[in-house]
Design a protein around this ligand. Sequence first.
Ligand code: AHM
Ligand code: MG
Length: 342
Amino acid sequence: MGNNPSNTIPERSLNRDCITLSRHVLQELKSFSPDAQDLSSLMNRIALAGKLISRRLSRAGLLEGVLGFTGEVNVQGESVKKLDIYANQVFISVFEQSGLVCRLASEEMEKPYYIPENCPIGRYTLVYDPIDGSSNVDINLNVGSIFAVRRQQGDDLKEEATDLLQDGYQQLAAGYILYGPSTMLVYTIGTGVHSFILDPSLGEFILAQENIQIPEHGPIYSVNEGNFWQWDESIREYVRYVHSVDGYVSRYSGALVGDIHRILMQGGVFLYPGTQKQPNGKLRLLYESAPLGWLIEQAGGKVSNGRENLLRVVPDHLHARTPLIIGSKRDVELVESFIKKG
Ligand code: AHM
Ligand code: MG
């Protein structure tokens, strides 16, 4: 062992510490082609956004003017938090002068945002939810960012961005950043699902787990049962079923990224079905459900709107909402079977 330094523990942990996100992307693509370099740089910039948001969140309660509402209402009709605006701007700022992203579309902006200096060469569009679950921010609970990268189609710089209205399989990269006890970035580029933890002493996301597989079935069901009387009878029947048999556990944090991460690691199903007030549910297809859906499918799970594979669904506008059923294959199929019977 003494003669073979590569077998020693310090060497192994050093190797692992060197697997940063941008290097991992190149490793996964097994290429240094311009496309691979682009994706690696894109992920590096997304990681920088995650670091900036994480830093702000970690001190939010100590700084003036960070928490609370701005007094404005966004395109979704929801009250805007100061941190939503900050995080939205972080993603814009990290992609300025990058030559990568010509256009960004997010939950916080009615129309796509163009970065003029990037547009002649920027070949990608970033869709994102800068801080999802922001009702958790003021009480110091977990929140997340959700992102996906799509290829810029032609020279379509129109405000409607109709070229963005495509199915979930058009995503080139997707993932989330979870701001929990540690800050974690989980991503896919279509080669499985990999997680990274931010090491604050290095300021780098370091590989934590490669090729994560979601259990085929798990104990967790995650849904806001306060909406019980607003659901369709088939969803109520499903929830009555899990109440009536042994082996199910209810977990719901009010922030999608944390709930989905738990299900990715432990198995189960997350549901946000349509309600009487919102027949398409609450969550948005392009920058919430499709990125998470592709990631969970890449981990061996399933995503559905109750009737079909959600990744085949084409949104009819930028902020289109969809019912979401996502998680372990058998658990999603169980929910679908109730909907089918209904
Ligand atoms: P947001 O994008 O406005 O933060 O809303 C999305 C969040 C999800 O994170 C979470 O799953 C859901 O809204 C919770 O909604 P509800 O309070 O209706 O259960
Ligand atoms: Mg959101």
